[in-house]
Design a protein around this ligand. Sequence first.
Ligand SMILES: *Cc1c(COP(=O)(O)O)cnc(C)c1O
Length: 361
Amino acid sequence: MARVYNFSAGPAVLPEEVLKEAAEEMLDYRGTGMSVMEMSHRSKAFETIINEAEADLRDLLQIPDNYKVLFLQGGASLVFASVPMNLMKNRKAGYILTGQWAKKAFAEAKIYGEAVELASSADETFSYIPDCSDLPITEDMDYVYICENNTIYGTKYHTLPNTKGKILVSDVSSCFLSEPMDVTKYGMIYAGVQKNVGPAGVQIVIIREDLLTDDVLPGTPTMMKYKIHADNASLYNTPPAYGIYICGKVFKWLKKMGGLSAMKEYNEKKAKVLYDYLDESKLFKGTVRKEDRSLMNVPFVTGDSELDAKFVKEAKEAGFENLKGHRTVGGMRASIYNAMPIEGVEKLVEFMKKFEKENLK
Ligand SMILES: *Cc1c(COP(=O)(O)O)cnc(C)c1O
C-alpha cells in the first residue's frame, strides 16, 4: 500500500487513522453484524452515531444552545438556493464577492430576490479580501453573505465584515474546523464537508434558532426548509448516514489532536513552511495579498504556464498529487487541510527547491 501526499482541494485528504478505523468496522460495526452503510438510520446504533457526532461538533466549536446543527445533503451548492429560500424575507440581501463560490451563491440568490453586490475583489482576480468596515448595507436587507475561505483563490477573511446589525451568513466549506470560530457572530454557518471534514455528500448547517420559521419563500421544497430538518433532528428523511459516521470519527480525531486551538497552531506552522519558501523563492510566487492568505489553500505560480505544467507533472511523479491550480485560474495550488501532515508540506517544499535549482534560468 502506497499513500501519496494528496493536495487536492476537495474531496481531500482525511486522517489515516480515521480511514483505518472505518476499514476495521466495515463488515461488522461494533457487534451489530453489519456495516454502517447497511444500517437503518432509525436504529439505536445509528442514533448513537449521529448524536455523538453532533455533541462532539458542539464541543469542538462551542456551539451555543440557541443554535441548531443540521446534517444535510445536496452539497454546498444547494445551500446557495436554500439560504435565500429560508432567510430572504424582504427579498433583499447583500453579497460580498471574493471568488467563484461567492459569485455562484450571488447568482443563485438573484433567482429569488434582489441580491446586491456590497464589495468585490474581482478587479484583481480575487487575490485579496475587500475592506468590509463600511459596506453599503441597507435597512431592508435580510442578511449579509460571505464565503469565508476562498478555496480557489486562497484568500481568507481574518476580520469579519461589519454587517451593521444584519445577520451574517458564511460559507466556511474550506476552512471548517481548521481553527476556532465565534459562532455567536453568525446567523448561519455552513460547510460542504468534503474539503476538510469528511466524504462528499454531507453538508453541515449551523443556524440560530430564531431564524428557523415556516415563513419561507413560496414554492420552497419541503426538503429545503431548515425548520423541517431541525424539528426532525436531521432525520426527516434518510440522511447521508455513512458520511455522517465518518465526520463523527473526524470530530473525535480533532478532539484527540487537542481541539481547534491546537489545530490552528498546527495549521499555522504548516502553512508557514510553504509561505516562507514562496516569499524567498526566485521561481515560485504566491498569488495572494499577504494579510489575506488562507491557511488551507495556497495558490502559487512560476509565471510561465509551460513551467507550471512541468512542475505539476514532475511533482506527481514524485508522489505529490493534485497540485494543479483550479481550471479557471491555472498555476498551482496546494490544499493543506487539517489531515495533511506537516511532513507532506516539508517534503513538497524540498521538492520545490530542487525544481527551482533545476529550472531557474
Ligand atoms: C467546494 C466548495 C463549494 C461547492 O461545494 P459542493 O459541495 O460541490 O456544492 C462551495 N463553497 C466553497 C467555499 C467550496 O470550497
